[in-house]
Design a protein around this ligand. Structure first.
Ligand SMILES: [Zn+2]
Length: 715
C-alpha cells in the first residue's frame, strides 16, 4: 500500500527590503499556505512582492499542474506570483476567490505572462485563494448534498476507508418500486486533481432527482456514484494523475494497490448481478490546447463498445444545447493522440475494467476541460448544466438499448422503436429442436415477386438489433427477414453451432411461405459476427442463394481468439463459452468446427452465387477483426476452387497492408460509393470478390445497398 503523510506547509515570507514597503501595517510580508483541504504549493523563493512558486509533485511521475494556495496579509498590496514550471495555467489563467474560498472566478485571458501573474489587492482584502481551477473537496460534496432537493432517494454510504482513514463516499439513487433491471455506475477523481468533474457530477445527480422528464431514471434505474475515487489525494491536495507507482485509473489490473479500486472491483460484479449497463468515469484532460479544450469521449479499442460510445455521443450532442456544447465528432478514437496502448502499460483503466463486465453496454471515460470549452469559460453552473445534459443522454441511451434491460411490462418493447411499424416480430418453430426462433420480418406485396434480403445480426446482437439496412429495404419494397439464429454468440447453441444454419434456413423458408419472394433472388448479408454467419451460410447452406455479402467478417475463430485474448477483448471469453472450452483453455478442434476457414468449400454448389467480402483496412487496429480474417478466407476459396496463384492475395500484399494500412496511394485509389471511401485493394476470382476499403470495423450501408441492388438485377 502506498501511503503518504501529507506535509502541509505555511510559508512566512519576510521581505528582504523593508524600506521599500508602504504603510507600517503591511510591513510583514504575505503569508502563503497550503494548510487546508486540497491545498498544494511549494514556495521556491521570495523577493520583495514577488513570490516564486511551483506545485508539489512529490507523488507524481513527471510534471503536472495542480496547485491551490492561500495568501494572507495582502491588504492593499500588489503581489506577483511567478511559477517556475511551464504549463501551470489554463487559457483563462488561474482561478481565484478573495476574502473567502467560495466565490470562484477565472482571472481571465491574457493575465498570465511568462508563467506568472500579478494581483493588486484592495485595502479590504485580507486573504485570497488561488488555484488551477475551481477546487472541489469533501466539504463541497457535503454542502451540495445538504442543499439538494428531493434527496430522499439518495443514499450516502461508505465504499471503503482510504489509507488515511477517510470515508470514501458511495452515493446511490434507488427506485422506490421493484428492484430495477438496469444499473449505472458513475465515478470521478480517479485523478485527484480533476476537480471540475465533480461539478458535472453534481448536475447529473441533481437532475436525476429533480427533472420531471427524468422520472424514468429515478423510477427504473439504480445509480451508484463514487465522487472521489482518490479521496486522500483530493483532501491532501495531490496531483493524483501519474501517481507513483501507478495512479488510480491504472489500478484495475493484477492486484489493486488502492482500497477504492479494490473495493469497486470486488463489489460491483455482485452488486450489479449482470444488470450494470453503463459505467461512466468523469475526468479532466490536460490543462489547455487541442483535445483539452473540448469535451470528448475516449474511444475504446473494442469496436462494439466504440459504436456504443459514438451512439451515446450523438445523444449527448442533442442534449448539450446550453453554454457548453458537446460535438460527437470530437470523439477520440483508440490509437489517436495519447489514447494508445502506450498510455495503459501500467495497468487497465476503470473503463477498461468495466467494459469487460457481464452484459455491460457502455463503459466510457468522459473528459471535461478545466476552463475553456470551445471558447466558453467553464463555470460551476454551466458545468452542472452539462451534467444535466448527460442525464438526458443516459435516459435516451437506456431507452434505446436494443436489448432492453428493464422488466416493466409496458417498457419491454422499447427496442421496437428501431423498427418501423411495417416490420413484424414473428416466431418460427425450429426444424432441429423444440425451440422457437424470433425474427423481424417484412413481407413484400406483389405481384411480381420481390427479392428477399436475409440480414444477419452481429456477434453480440440478436434479432432485435437495429439494422441500418432495414429502412432502406422497406423503401425498396423487398422482402426482409432478420433472424435470431440463437442470439448473441456467447453460448454453445450460437456461434456457428450445428443449429445456426438450420435456423437461418428456417427463416428463409418462413419468408418464402409468408412473403412474396422471388426464389432466384435471395441475398444474405451481415456485418462482423453477421459477416461470420454469412460465410457460414456460404459454406453450409443447401438453399439457393443469389448473393452473399460479408462485411468485416470473422472466418477463423482460433486465430481470432488469440487476437482478442492478447488485446483483452471480451470476445475471447465468448469464444471459450461458445465452444465449451474448459479452464480457459481454447478447445481448438471445436473452434475449427465452427470456423468457415476450416470448412470444405462447396465449389460447384456456389457456381451461381456471388460472394462479396468487404473489410476496412484499419480494422484490427481500430477495430477488433484483423483484415487477415478476410484475406485468408478469400485465398482459401481460390485454393479450394483450384484457382491459379495469380488470383489470390500474395503474402507480400497482405503484409504490406497490415504494416502500412494502405495499398493504393490515396489519390489513385478508386472510390466506393456512395460513402466515397477509397478502395485500397480489390481482388476477384470468378464471382468471389474481396474489397479492402478505407475504413474500420464497419458496414457502409449505402455501398451495401448499392451492391444488393446490383445483385438483384444481375441475373
Ligand atoms: Zn484523469
Amino acid at each position: 500500500m502506498h501511503i503518504k503523510m501529507n506535509l502541509k506547509r505555511i510559508f512566512l515570507l519576510i521581505p528582504l527590503f523593508f524600506f521599500s514597503l508602504g504603510p507600517a501595517s503591511s510591513q510583514a510580508g504575505p503569508i502563503i499556505s497550503s494548510d487546508f483541504a486540497g491545498g498544494n504549493i511549494m514556495v521556491v523563493k521570495t523577493a520583495g512582492d514577488t513570490i516564486w512558486l511551483k506545485p508539489d509533485l512529490s507523488e507524481t511521475d513527471g510534471e503536472w499542474f495542480y496547485w491551490y494556495f492561500k495568501v494572507s496579509n495582502i491588504s492593499g498590496k500588489q503581489l506577483f506570483f511567478q511559477f517556475t514550471l511551464d504549463n501551470q495555467f489554463t487559457a483563462f489563467g488561474p482561478a481565484y476567490s478573495i476574502n473567502n474560498n467560495n466565490t470562484w472566478k477565472w482571472y481571465g485571458e491574457n493575465r498570465v505572462h511568462k508563467n506568472g501573474f500579478s494581483y493588486a489587492f484592495s485595502p479590504e482584502d485580507t486573504v485570497a485563494w488561488f488555484c488551477t481551477a475551481f477546487p472541489y473537496t469533501g466539504k463541497d460534496l457535503d454542502s451540495f448534498l445538504s442543499r439538494l432537493e428531493n434527496r430522499d432517494r439518495l443514499h450516502r454510504d461508505t465504499l471503503c476507508l482510504s489509507p488515511d482513514n477517510r470515508v470514501i463516499e458511495q452515493l446511490s439513487i434507488i427506485p422506490s418500486g421493484d428492484k430495477p433491471g438496469t444499473m449505472v455506475l458513475i465515478t470521478a477523481r480517479h485523478h485527484a486533481c480533476e476537480m471540475m468533474a465533480n461539478y458535472v457530477m453534481e448536475g447529473i445527480i441533481e437532475s436525476i432527482l429533480n427533472e420531471v422528464e427524468l422520472e424514468y431514471l429515478r423510477e427504473k434505474v439504480e445509480f451508484l456514484i463514487v465522487p472521489f475515487m482518490d479521496k486522500d489525494g483530493v483532501e491532501n491536495g495531490e496531483q493524483g494523475k501519474n501517481r507513483i507507482p501507478r495512479d488510480h485509473n491504472r489500478d484495475y489490473e493484477g492486484e489493486s494497490i488502492y482500497q477504492s479500486t479494490a473495493a469497486l472491483r470486488e463489489e460491483i460484479p455482485a452488486w450489479s448481478d449482470g444488470r450494470l449497463k453503463i459505467a461512466l468515469d468523469l475526468h479532466c484532460p490536460w490543462i489547455k490546447g487541442e483535445y483539452h479544450e473540448w469535451i470528448y469521449l475516449v474511444g475504446k479499442k473494442d469496436p462494439i463498445m466504440e459504436a456504443e460510445q459514438i451512439r451515446f455521443g450523438e445523444l449527448l450532442e442533442n442534449h448539450a444545447t446550453g453554454e457548453l456544447r458537446f460535438r460527437s465528432r470530437d470523439f477520440l478514437p483508440y490509437g489517436t493522440s495519447w489514447n494508445t496502448q502506450g498510455s495503459f502499460t501500467k495497468g487497465l483503466s476503470f473503463s477498461g475494467w468495466a467494459g469487460g463486465l457481464d452484459n455491460i453496454s457502455l463503459a466510457t471515460t468522459l473528459e471535461f476541460p478545466y476552463a475553456n470549452i470551445l471558447g466558453v469559460q467553464v463555470t460551476r453552473d454551466n458545468a452542472r448544466a452539462f451534467g444535466k445534459a448527460i442525464s438526458y443522454a443516459l435516459l435516451d441511451y437506456l431507452k434505446g438499448l436494443a436489448n432492453p434491460p428493464y422488466s416493466a411490462q409496458n417498457e419491454d418493447d422499447v427496442w421496437k422503436r428501431d423498427w418501423p411499424g411495417a416490420f413484424q416480430e414473428i416466431s418460427i418453430p425450429s426444424s432441429v429442436d423444440a425451440d422457437y426462433q424470433n425474427a423481424m420480418f417484412f413481407p413484400a406485396s406483389g405481384p411480381p415477386p420481390q427479392p428477399l434480403i436475409v440480414s444477419l445480426h452481429t456477434w453480440s446482437g440478436d434479432y432485435r438489433q437495429k439494422d441500418p439496412l432495414a429502412p432502406m429495404i422497406l423503401e425498396k419494397g423487398w422482402n426482409y427477414i432478420h433472424p435470431d439464429f440463437r442470439g448473441r454468440n456467447n453460448h454453445p447453441d450460437a456461434c456457428g453451432s450445428e443449429k445456426v444454419i438450420p435456423d437461418i434456413e428456417d427463416a428463409i423458408l418462413y419468408a418464402k411461405q409468408h412473403g412474396n419472394v422471388d426464389p432466384d433472388n435471395i441475398h444474405v448479408i451481415g456485418t462482423s459476427g453477421g459477416g461470420y454467419a454469412t460465410l457460414l451460410m456460404y459454406m453450409k447452406t443447401s438453399l439457393d442463394i443469389r448473393s452473399f455479402s460479408a462485411w468485416v467478417p470473422i472466418s477463423d475463430l482460433v486465430d481470432w481468439y488469440w487476437a482478442c485474448d492478447s488485446r483483452g477483448l471480451k470476445y475471447a471469453g465468448d469464444i471459450l463459452k461458445s465452444t465449451g472450452s474448459q479452464d480457459s483453455l481454447l478447445d481448438i478442434e471445436e473452434s475449427k468446427r465452427r470456423s468457415p476457414y476450416f470448412m470444405d468449400t462447396p465449389v460447384s454448389r456456389r457456381k451461381n452465387s456471388i460472394l462479396n467480402i468487404y473489410c476496412g483496412i484499419h480494422d484490427g487496429y481500430t477495430g477488433s477483426v484483423p483484415i487477415t480474417q478476410s484475406i485468408n478466407f478469400y485465398n482459401k476459396l481460390v485454393r479450394d476452387a483450384k484457382g491459379n496463384k495469380a488470383a489470390s492475395v500474395p503474402r507480400e500484399d497482405a503484409l504490406y497492408m497490415l504494416s502500412n494500412r494502405t495499398f493504393n496511394p490515396a489519390e489513385t485509389a478508386p472510390l466506393i460509393l456512395p460513402e466515397g471511401r477509397r478502395i485500397h485493394y480489390y481482388k476477384q476470382f470468378h464471382s468471389i470478390n474481396l474489397t479492402i476499403f478505407e475504413g474500420g470495423h464497419e458496414l457502409l450501408p449505402g455501398a451495401a445497398m448499392e451492391e444488393l441492388i446490383k445483385n438483384t438485377l444481375n441475373q
